[in-house]
Unconditional design. Structure first.
Length: 178
């Protein structure tokens, strides 16, 4: 059984392409092209399942068309639509301390300006704008936005799943009162 900590998210499956089982893969990381991997891992009903690739080709810089083994019809391909796509960490070419934005979820944020006071836990990462933001759930249950830039983030401890930040005074209070 594949465990969540053994993989990292690289994208999701879109609509079928054609009638012979090919699907569109929307990806954030083209690691499947850079390293020798025979399979991708899909989240099917909450279970991580390996799917071996018969063939694939790039469509654009962010999409590829993939034909998985034993997926031979449009109906079979349709069943995969919306599935998260993951890549095995042990096959990856990334460094040991490199993390994806998805892997940051669950990290605790502490503010060095407030004697390492806990700001909260990262529940999501907003990459929709030029400035990436951590969406952090505070102990009171509200969501605050913390910029994920090198001026603010001072240390990332992957073992303790902890991010130390140097927040401008009042940022947490401003967000927490909304």
């Amino acid at each position: 059984m594949i465990k969540q900590e053994e993989v990292y998210r690289i994208g999701k499956i879109g609509k079928p392409h054609g009638v012979k089982g090919e699907v569109t893969l929307f990806f954030d990381d083209d690691v499947f092209d850079r390293v020798d991997a025979d399979y991708l891992v899909l989240a099917i009903d909450g279970i991580l399942v390996p799917f071996y690739m018969e063939e694939w080709r790039f469509k654009t810089g962010e999409t590829a068309l993939v034909k998985f083994c034993d997926i031979d019809t449009k109906e079979q391909a349709s069943a995969l639509t919306g599935s998260g796509v993951f890549f095995p960490k042990h096959l990856s070419d990334r460094g040991e301390d490199e993390l994806t934005w998805d892997e940051i979820k669950g990290f605790r944020i502490v503010d060095t300006n407030r004697q390492d006071a806990v700001v909260g836990e990262v529940v999501a990462v907003d990459e929709s704008t030029m400035n990436v933001l951590f969406e952090v759930e505070t102990p009171s249950g509200s969501i605050v936005l913390v910029p994920a830039n090198e001026d603010i983030v001072k240390e990332v401890n992957t073992k303790e799943r902890l991010i130390k930040v140097d927040l401008p005074e009042g940022l947490v209070d401003l967000n927490d009162n909304e």
